[in-house]
Design a protein around this ligand. Sequence first.
Ligand code: CTP
Length: 402
Amino acid sequence: MSQSLSGKSILLGVCGGIACYKSVELLRLLMKEGAEVSVVMSGNADKFVTPLTFQALTGRPVYHRIFESGTENAMEHIAFSQKAELLIVAPATANTIAKMAHGLADSALSNLFLAYEGPVVIAPAMNSVMFSHPAVKANIALLQERGAKIVEPASGELACGAVGPGRLADLDDILSATHAILKKNLDFSGVRVLVTAGPTREFIDPVRYISNPSSGKMGYAIAEAFRDRGAQVDLISGPVRLEKPSGVEIFNCVTANEMHDCVHRRFPHCDILVMTAAVGDFAPRTIQKEKMKKQGRQSLNLELQATVDILKSVAQKRTTQFIAGFAAETENLIESAKEKLISKGVDMIVANDISAPGIGFQSNMNQVSLVYSNGSVERLPRADKREIADILLDRIRKELKS
Ligand code: CTP
């Protein structure tokens, strides 16, 4: 096994559930990968596994009673929580999940959770009826919204004889979540980012609209990359069929006008704006109140008027923000992107050749060139949209430093 967690400080939170014998194996796996693990237990966990087991395995004191830690210096645990890079709660019972969601501090684990500021992985394990209870679901959703990574329980036969979701996830899945977080670069920590994504729709009448095939995948991948690298992300989304990313604040809008208002409201609160949305350039001058009838017509003329250029208008209001726009082109890619960089007054344009087969709209792959404010151009390799997003973030980071 690789030593990929070498030197990483991890807190393993153990709750009082039948699955807590698996925490012993999880601890062993984490240590085998080189992690320095300290164990903290909820009030009932020691009814299943004794603190001595964990103490013997880790060689460290176990925090399991708030007011009698059994160590010479009770504050040692607080010190460790400050140094810890990850808290894994496995198994997480309904009781401890509720305490963590609502800030109760009456067990060593829920107490330490409040004193700890780093990333958290939660692996629930309980009876499947309990797991599907709306109260448990709501508590899990709340923790997830606040950025906790939930490793969903597996389905199967439970200790109580019932069959359904509720078994502690495979330890491999908990390890993968651990790797994903600890190997991560948190270089945008504390940075506030605004990303727009997806198409807009401009209505002709109540049932018809003008739009474009943007899937929103590129913008969502950028929002997720920023989130994973520690940023606080607001995502303004046009209508898309994508899952709402956790740990990101989503603002839904439909028309270019709505997106304009939403961007202008959020912009003063951000440090970086990445405008990925494929905003409609024209909208019908009037929207028919009722569905338009054919009435034997063979043709129909629509009068369109230009929508507001969101990027240009918001760039005029910038104070210290870094602004990147996208350019969707079918010809003269770099030339048009350079023109847009200047006319819109932004710091970078991500130029996207949407006529190239297998990339762009709807696809999971993309191929872009970055046009910088000094006129230089960098062609990025064809890659998955998430990979493109991470390279884009690397370049933005570099631009912010220069
Ligand atoms: N954009 C915007 N508001 C609009 C149109 C575009 O904010 N009404 C933004 C897009 O989100 C993108 C950039 O401007 O970041 C360039 O969009 P693009 O559609 O490539 O260019 P347009 O400005 O619409 O110009 P053209 O259609 O002539 O290429």
